[in-house]
Write a protein of this length. Structure first.
Ligand code: F6R
Length: 241
């Protein structure tokens, strides 16, 4: 695991955007694995700036998002589809047909999960996957558990995740309790991974991810087994290392 410690959120976002842009410059038809949440927002802003300045072109990339809430329609403002469109996709020249986000309202969710993994595989696999990390060490919505789920699957969200994500909703009761998420194998199959974290509330999870024992109790710890992971953290998130 490579560790990059930066001063603040802005620097973390810039570093992550530069890595993503380099990937796309080197391979314009890259397959990008993308995340939602607060952490990558700054990275998306930087990438939009780079696009506007003519530094990066998204016309050939294909994207796969990590997860989507279950039971929430795409046009709902809380959906990750809506988030991606409003924070990134509508500002760049990615082709709509090249965007993949699990469908949280698929009639047959099990089949949707199988198809999602199949689409990733058929694309040639994810070249670079961006990850945030939950305070409980989750990546995607792979919550701490006694087992790892390998493939894309329906997950019951952890109490901590629901509490943490309540900040985006009017009340905690509105937070969906389930989500469709890439599994650990799907994530681990990515050729490169960058994990971003900022703030003191992520310090514990970062320490366990990098220094703890590899265990499904801290899902991100399995990244120790991947051979191309870069962790970019601000000083606060690195404070327990
Ligand atoms: C989002 C995702 C989650 C978040 C994590 C951190 O697509 O898969 O694992 O990355 O919950 O969320 P933030 O960035 O809001 O702290």
């Amino acid at each position: 695991m490579r560790l990059i410690v930066v001063d603040n959120y802005e620097e973390m976002s810039k570093k992550a955007a530069s890595i993503m842009a380099s990937q796309i410059i080197l391979k314009p038809e890259s397959i990008l694995g993308l995340a939602t949440g607060s952490t990558p927002l700054g990275m998306y802003k930087e990438l939009i700036k780079m696009y506007n300045d003519g530094e990066v072109d998204f016309s050939q990339v294909r994207t796969f998002n990590l997860d989507e809430y279950y039971g929430i329609r795409r046009d709902n403002e809380q959906s990750y589809y809506y988030y991606m469109d409003n924070n990134f996709f509508k500002y760049i020249n990615v082709k709509e047909d090249n965007i993949n986000i699990p469908n949280g309202t698929a009639e047959d969710v099990e089949q949707e999960c199988i198809n999602y993994d199949k689409r990733i595989k058929e694309s040639g696999g994810i070249d670079i996957q961006v990850l945030g990390i939950g305070v409980n060490g989750h990546i995607g919505f792979n919550e701490p558990d006694v087992n790892f789920e390998a493939q894309t699957h329906l997950v019951k969200l952890d109490k901590k995740t629901i509490e943490s994500n309540a900040r985006f909703f009017n009340s905690i009761e509105e937070v969906p309790v389930k989500a469709v998420s890439m599994g650990m194998k799907t994530i681990m199959n990515s050729k490169k991974i960058i994990l971003l974290a900022n703030g003191i509330n992520k310090a514990d999870a970062i320490e366990k991810t990098m220094k703890g024992k590899i265990s499904p109790e801290v899902p991100a710890s399995i990244l120790q087994l991947h051979n191309d992971v870069t962790i970019i953290v601000d000083k606060a998130a690195a404070s327990k290392l």
